[in-house]
Design a protein around this ligand. Structure first.
Ligand code: SAH
Length: 477
């Protein structure tokens, strides 16, 4: 180890920054966050620093650095672009045994500043000893994605109960077990999902011993898995996917996304393709309740967003009726993911000021939609589940006032490496889709914005050849 890692308490203490540019400003910002009393020595200040000086967040001494400036500082940072000044600061500070950091110059430093992941009061610091600051930043970026942003709130909550827990569990071993249970269990989950009051109440119950430990505490995570490309998952989705005991998923979830669930989690396929209703909705609802009541952490993984044509609402209604805890994680819905990857903005100042999402699912061979509300000028229409009824959909839109020449697109398996986009008009799209043998899942976009595809298409996943690429969506039979 080239450096000894420590965390300084600088609250209310004098810290000196030499230099008035943006680099200095970044360091000043960190010092201020940690409660330091910051003096900046520089003939002129950058806009950011000038603002802070005006607000009296910092003290500005408009002069060049001189040894007298050191004053009572407990640490010093030199961030000027003048090597001579930096060296001078380093020398004088070292001579007076004041810790000194010269930005980007480890040789002149007695301490270095790490990359920081701030979940105050939890702080993670990463350092490569000055060898590769960019690497430290990359490591930091990875950690940022792994550590839930609510860790700080969780730590604050546990701090409030520390003494009480200490008094109640005299043996350190018992305390450790208690805290591990809290930090890895439902209390922590409640904090992560923003239910702080419920978390505190649960912690109090745990302490009072009111909880029946023989009754397992399951939970359901209703998670949106996005339109297929695993890059489009949220951090929270990924975290919950990796801690679930059992995964309940349907055909819209791509294997690449499913792959990210915990390796040893049990996987239950509950299907639902048009003609092949593997499990009725009521049975799925009951299954979720049963698994949670067995004490399992159940990941209900859905394509896109669970609250958009996903029947997620119905599933959690049943859970709530049975008193099963749940949390909902939004996902990128097909309309938004697929349109981005197809280069078709859903709104545009010149072409569309509104956008509607509708389902083209046929019921008894017909489609019941508010056609007059949908078929409007300057409005983009996104149709989910519309492949089978495509011909009827196009006819109805024309019948209700849209021009046959209105641009329209159909996108198959959008966002994945099997994405196919076909553009045409309301008059032609149905025949084109048939000729191209489009298969679900497909999304249909109607409106002038479709014209932008030619100019804005940016995602070119390679020519689609039937059978030549591993399909992103497996056919389940
Ligand atoms: N909850 C999902 C929608 C479920 S309905 C969401 O928010 O996206 C199923 C329909 O979504 C499919 O019939 C299709 O119209 C659309 N869909 C989902 N993923 C898609 C994809 N990758 N490409 C094209 N359409 C998709």
């Amino acid at each position: 180890m080239d450096f000894f890692p420590v965390f300084f308490d600088i609250r209310g203490k004098d810290c000196l920054v030499v230099g008035g540019g943006e680099v200095a400003a970044r360091k000043v910002s960190l010092l201020l966050q940690a409660g330091g009393k910051v003096t900046v020595v520089a003939p002129v200040l950058s806009a950011t620093l000038a603002l802070w000086a005006e607000k009296k967040d910092i003290i500005h001494r408009a002069e060049r650095f001189s040894p007298d400036t050191l004053g009572e500082s407990i640490l010093i940072i030199a961030a000027t672009d003048d090597m001579e000044v930096n060296r001078e600061v380093s020398q004088f500070a070292s001579a007076r045994r004041i810790p000194v950091n010269v930005v980007d110059n480890p040789a002149l430093c007695t301490f270095i500043v790490p990359s920081i992941i701030d979940r105050s009061p939890v702080v993670v610091a990463v350092s490569t000893g000055g060898a590769a600051p960019v690497l430290a930043r990359l490591i930091r970026a990875r950690l940022e994605t792994l550590i839930p942003s609510a860790y700080g709130r969780l730590a604050t909550l546990t701090a409030r109960f520390r003494d009480q827990v200490k008094a109640q569990f005299l043996a350190p071993e018992k305390r450790r077990i208690f805290w591990e249970h809290i930090l890895q269990g439902p209390v922590a989950e409640m904090v992560y999902s923003g239910q702080d009051q419920a978390a505190e109440a649960a912690l109090v119950r745990e302490l009072s011993g009111d909880i029946d430990k023989t009754k397992p505490q399951g939970e359901v995570y209703l998670v949106g898995g996005g339109p297929g490309n695993p890059d489009l998952l949220t951090f929270r989705a990924l975290r919950l996917m990796q801690q679930a005991d059992v995964v309940v998923y349907d055909h819209l979830v791509s294997p690449a996304v499913l792959d990210l669930a915990r390796r040893d989690a049990e996987r239950i396929y509950v299907g639902k393709e048009r003609s092949n209703h593997t499990m009725r909705q009521e049975a799925i609802n009951d299954l979720l309740v049963r698994l949670a009541q067995e004490g399992k952490r159940v990941l209900r993984l859905k394509g896109g967003d669970p609250f958009i044509f996903g029947r997620g609402g119905e599933e959690i209604e049943t859970l709530s009726e049975h008193g099963v805890r749940f949390q909902v994680v939004p996902g990128i819905t097909a309309a938004s993911g697929v349109s981005s990857y197809a280069g078709i903005p859903l709104t545009h100042r010149d072409y569309a000021q509104s956008c509607v999402f509708v389902t083209g699912h046929l019921k008894d061979g017909s489609i019941n939609l508010d056609w007059n509300g949908i078929a409007r000028e300057n409005q983009t229409i996104v149709i989910y589940m519309g492949l089978q009824g495509l011909a009827v959909l196009c006819q109805e839109l024309i019948k209700h006032g849209l021009k046959p020449s209105t641009p329209a697109a159909i996108v198959q398996q959008g966002t994945t490496h099997n994405q196919r986009v076909i553009t045409g008009t309301l008059a032609t799209l149905s025949n084109q889709a048939e000729a191209a043998q489009m298969k679900p899942p497909t999304l249909i976009i109607v409106g002038e914005v479709v014209k932008l595809h030619d100019k804005l298409a940016w995602f070119h996943p390679g020519q689609y050849e039937e059978g030549s690429i591993i399909p992103s969506f497996v056919e389940h039979n």
